[in-house]
Design a protein around this ligand. Sequence first.
Ligand SMILES: Nc1ncnc2c1ncn2[C@@H]1O[C@H](COP(=O)(O)OP(=O)(O)OP(=O)(O)O)[C@@H](O)[C@H]1O
Length: 233
Amino acid sequence: MAFVEFRDVTKTYRMGDVEVRAVDGMTFDIERGELAVIVGPSGAGKTTVLNMLGGMDSATSGTIRLGDRVVSSLSERELTQYRRHDIGFVFQFYNLVQNLTALENVELASQISDDPLPADEVLAKVGLAERADNFPAQLSGGEQQRVAIARALAKNPKLLLCDEPTGALDYVTGKQILRLLQDTARETGRTVAIVTHNLAFTQVADRVIRVREGRASSVELNAHPADAMSVEW
Ligand SMILES: Nc1ncnc2c1ncn2[C@@H]1O[C@H](COP(=O)(O)OP(=O)(O)OP(=O)(O)O)[C@@H](O)[C@H]1O
């Protein structure tokens, strides 16, 4: 059994009389410790997949598993616990608390977790030991995204989910963040899933899940993933 299993999952949104099938029978696996990239054009269903994996949205049908948990069968209450303890989220626009310092932002996450990592150590690991007492507005976009990654990792999550994590960053900074995510998977054995429309990310991934019109059109393994700093887009 794979660490992450997505089996014949559908997600239908109803808006009045109109039904939108955002995910239409999607099936894929992700193994523990992999960096998986879920790639596809706008509207293909990528964010919906990530939200269902993270327990932020429920599937209309199908089965979603993480480890020994059947995420698609959890109650609302269990989903809250799942989001809190098992999942780390990284978003395009960082979503930091503006009136807390970098360190306090990371501490906030470790406080709600069962088994947190020391906030100062995680912040140092993403290269921001010197900026611990800075507020988000005093940090560059790349630094803010590092804080967001540290905040997600401090929860010691089973799965790190990233939605267009470099979408708001310039080219060089984006590559540095991609490398940080690649190192996170390689060095800590953590499972990382990135949703993006950027095809260059496929070179860096251990597993590439291509989505089209709500389905996984292909799933490929990369025998020799490129180093994030060497890819170009
Ligand atoms: N809450 C919602 N209500 C209605 N329709 C939705 C909702 N969320 C997503 N959709 C629709 O589902 C489809 C898939 O959306 P989704 O955001 O998952 O795609 P995406 O691949 O992440 O796109 P993008 O790269 O533009 O973010 C789209 O047609 C979208 O309009």
